[in-house]
Ligand binder design. Structure first.
Ligand code: NAD
Ligand code: UGA
Length: 466
């Protein structure tokens, strides 16, 4: 009988996933540990609206369970020691140096976890890969654990249980998953994990596979999803050139049940911490196994995404007479999608850098992202002089809280994140405040074109060739 779970990594996956397990398994003590002291302090904050990550519905669950059977701590040793199951939920970023730099996953955090588990675990421990990992990582984890087995009489089994939640809808995805995937070769351990999930997930949604299929299925799911976005964005560019409309094309192809209607929204290019990294990981794997054509195929998904983001910055510059020097541009949204405060790989980062390099005065608004995060992502402090080597024309950025105040004298507004508040903007009011001729660029198709145009503003939206 499972009494204690330990999850290493209190991030976007570890925090919400463990909160939902704790909520559904009141007899299990769930301990989320992290070596980041500040992050744990934030998870233990008294104000549930100030948890380290913003995710709708998360605060309520943490409020219900924290201190009862959900605990956040920096004490890895004690919590690993008493755990029956250890989930590894740490980050697996792309390697920046050495062999495979720029493509392969950096597994140093996962390796560190395996070593910690090997050192502190007592009795039998099921180690679950929750992080997204290259195929055959379980082999490395197993060999680290096995090396310690004889020393302290502990025994281990390794399972793969990748996470499919999307940010912004994480709690709903965790409560009502389309599937839970558990890969492994020990039937007893698989049954134990199956049993935990079956407390709230229908049994027919729990899939069991071998461990390598499970690892590969996670990378493949993200690659397929990202591929759809690059595909639809590439067709959006053709729409703009030919007079077609990407929303109509999406609707027409999405009603074919073989294609399906989801994930066909053209946008500023996919962001988020995982799509790019996971595809590059797949590319690396294909290259490693000598499958060059396969590697090239998947790499093109990332190349199209990069090209597409640059295409948007170039287009804005062109519409504003080829120069952004001394022009005020309002960027609405910085998060990589709505309903999250996560900015990792957000299209806003590359597009902002391009606009700043053209000399723009960029005024950035986002309801959930804080200005320090933006400064960190752009590598430039707010308001201040910039790196002249990169920005020849004095581009600079400001964080704004009041959209109507910000648009005074602005030349253009660019919608980057599909936050609902932006679809409710009063365009007549905005138009009166902007400097003419002024532009609105909607990279998310959330504005009603007629309303913007009627207010006397020039309007561009993604994939609209009309
Ligand atoms: P994250 O960066 O938000 O969180 C990872 C946490 O692990 C950090 O708080 C870090 O301090 C901690 N950590 C790293 N090494 C540690 C160690 N040795 N000991 C203790 N703590 C350690 O990352 P994330 O977004 O939660 O992603 C985690 C994994 O889940 C990645 O492999 C990612 O690809 C995968 N994933 C992410 C998402 C998502 O939506 N973010 C969805 C599905 C899968
Ligand atoms: C994605 C997957 O959807 C999850 O299943 C997976 O678990 C997760 O990656 C992961 O492994 O990290 P996430 O990145 O949180 O989740 O968010 P998505 O909703 O997939 O959006 C990713 C990016 O694609 C965003 O920038 C979003 O704006 C963009 N997108 C999405 C579009 O441009 N168009 C669409 O139709 C859908």
């Amino acid at each position: 009988m499972i009494k204690n779970i330990c999850c290493i990594g209190a991030g976007y996956v570890g925090g919400p996933t463990m909160a939902v397990i704790a909520d559904n398994c009141p007899n299990i003590q769930v301990n989320v540990v992290d070596n980041n002291i500040l992050r744990i302090k934030q998870w233990n904050t008294k104000d549930f609206s100030k948890l380290p990550i913003y995710e709708p519905g998360l605060g309520e669950i943490v409020k219900r369970c924290r201190g009862k059977n959900l605990h956040f701590s920096n004490d890895l040793e004690h919590n690993i020691q008493r755990a029956d199951i250890v989930f590894i939920s740490v980050n697996t970023p792309t390697k920046k140096y050495g062999f495979g730099a720029g493509k392969a996953s950096n597994l140093k955090y996962v390796e560190e976890c395996a070593r910690q588990v090997a050192k502190f675990a007592e009795g039998h421990t099921i180690v679950v890969e929750k992080s997204t990992l290259p195929v055959r990582t379980a082999e490395a984890i197993k060999s680290i654990l096995e090396a310690s087995q004889n020393k302290n009489l502990s025994t281990f089994d390794v399972l793969s249980n990748p996470e499919f939640l999307a940010e912004g809808s994480a709690i709903n995805d965790l409560i009502n998953p389309e599937r839970v995937l558990i890969g492994g070769d020990n039937i007893d351990s698989i049954s134990i994990l199956n049993e935990i999930y079956s407390q709230w997930v229908p049994k027919n949604k729990i899939l069991n596979t071998n461990i390598w299929s499970s690892e590969l299925a996670k990378l493949t799911a993200n690659a397929f999803l990202a591929q759809r976005i690059s595909s639809i964005n590439s067709i959006g560019a053709i729409c703009e050139a030919t007079g077609a409309d990407i929303r109509e094309v999406s609707r027409a192809i999405g009603s074919d049940s073989r294609i399906g209607s989801k994930f066909l929204d053209a946008g500023p290019g996919f962001g988020g911490s995982c799509f790019k990294k996971d595809i590059l990981n797949l590319v690396y794997l294909a290259e490693y196994y000598g499958l060059k054509e396969v590697a090239d195929f998947w790499n093109s998904v990332v190349l199209v995404n990069n090209w597409h983001q640059q295409r948007i910055s170039k287009l804005i510059t062109k519409k504003l007479f080829g120069s952004l020097s001394n022009k005020k541009i309002i960027m609405l949204g910085f998060a990589f999608k709505a309903n999250t405060n996560d900015t990792r790989e957000s299209a806003a980062i590359g597009i902002s850098k391009d606009l700043l390099a053209e000399g723009a005065f960029l005024h950035i608004h986002d309801p959930k992202v804080n200005p320090d995060q933006i400064a960190n992502d752009l590598g430039i402090p707010q308001n201040e002089a910039n790196n002249k080597e990169i920005f020849s024309e004095e581009g600079r950025w400001y964080f704004v809280k009041d959209i109507y105040e910000a648009v005074k004298g602005a030349d253009a507004i660019l919608v980057i994140t599909e936050w609902e508040i932006y679809s409710k903007i009063d365009w007549l009011k905005v138009s009166k405040l902007m400097r003419k001729p002024s532009w609105v660029f909607d990279s998310r198709s959330i504005l009603i074109p007629e309303k913007v145009k009627e207010s006397g503003l020039n309007f561009w939206r993604i994939g609209d060739g009309s």
